[in-house]
Design a protein around this ligand. Structure first.
Ligand code: SAM
Length: 264
């Protein structure tokens, strides 16, 4: 049996606090998308979530329909929409079976969602179906760099989990690479360069990265059996203390938000 997509119901109450974009960054993300798609374009965002991306797209003049498996995430979107702001059309639906007509959108937007969909190939077929013949796919990525304590601590924790016999799924980045290759194989062309919408620094402590693992803030942690968490958190804490001298070690990461555009 095909495994299920990962719904974010359990993250609805903390998603915006842990993934939210600063206001000026959100504005640049929306403006950059509007530049790439043209003012007033009709956009479908799959995995719209709490509207972290949809709200800036709307504020930049795009017309947004959003679908998501999680009602809880979309409820947050509605609750946090500023008074008088343009509203998206929302629908609880699976991106692998979009209950909408063929050829009605100028663009399909996907940010941090394809890696959660085991049947991503069907989601891609559906994306192509609902786009007009000149429709565009825009894939957004919010990244904080490879060789940071942020990434290294999480990788090391995954290694401790694996050492206890639990094989974690593909790293998200690899899976999205398969999706991108399939988009190109389907005959679409990618812009030569990704558009960097924004770059901004944030400060963290090693302890906070480990707390986020223990509190199951990241979706990668949700599949790991409960009984493995205390032991692997203790192991990664000891590793991090030796590596960085203290769990209070502070570091800065430079975050980027990029858009990649694919055209027919
Ligand atoms: C990591 S969140 C990203 C939300 C938003 N795009 C953002 O960048 O903030 C992924 C969202 O995709 C939704 N999702 C996962 N699989 C899905 C599917 N097959 N169809 C529709 N939504 C899905 C989850 O419920 C979640 O709200």
């Amino acid at each position: 049996m095909q495994p299920h997509s990962i719904s974010f119901d359990r993250a609805a109450s903390f998603y915006d606090d842990t993934r939210g974009l600063p206001a000026d960054v959100a504005r640049r993300v929306g403006d950059c998308a509007a530049d790439l798609l043209g003012a007033g374009a009709r956009v479908l965002e799959i995995g719209v979530g709490t509207g972290r991306i949809a709200k800036p797209l709307l504020a930049s003049g795009l017309r947004v329909t959003g679908i998501d498996l999680s009602l809880g995430m979309m409820r947050r979107l509605i609750e946090t929409l500023p008074a008088g702001a343009p509203e998206p059309m929302l629908m609880q639906a699976d991106a692998t079976r979009i209950p909408l007509q063929d050829g009605v959108f100028d663009a399909l937007v996907a940010v941090h969602v394809f890696h959660l969909i085991p049947a991503w190939q069907s989601a891609l077929d559906e994306a192509r179906r609902v786009l007009t013949s000149h429709g565009v796919i825009l894939i957004g990525n919010n990244d904080s760099g490879e060789d940071t304590p942020y990434r290294r601590v999480r990788k090391q924790w995954e290694a401790f989990v694996a050492a206890r016999g639990y094989a974690m799924d593909h790293p998200a980045a690899n899976k999205v690479d398969f999706v991108k290759a399939a988009i190109i194989a389907s005959g679409m062309h990618r812009d030569e360069r990704e558009a960097v919408a924004a770059e901004w620094p944030t400060r963290h402590t090693v302890r906070r990265v480990i707390d986020d693992i223990e509190n199951r803030i990241w979706s990668q942690t949700w599949q790991v059996p409960d009984e493995l968490i205390p032991a692997t958190v203790a192991e990664v804490s000891a590793w991090a203390e030796a590596e960085y001298g203290s769990l209070d070690h502070e570091f800065e990461v430079v975050n980027t938000f990029t858009w990649e555009r694919y055209r027919s």
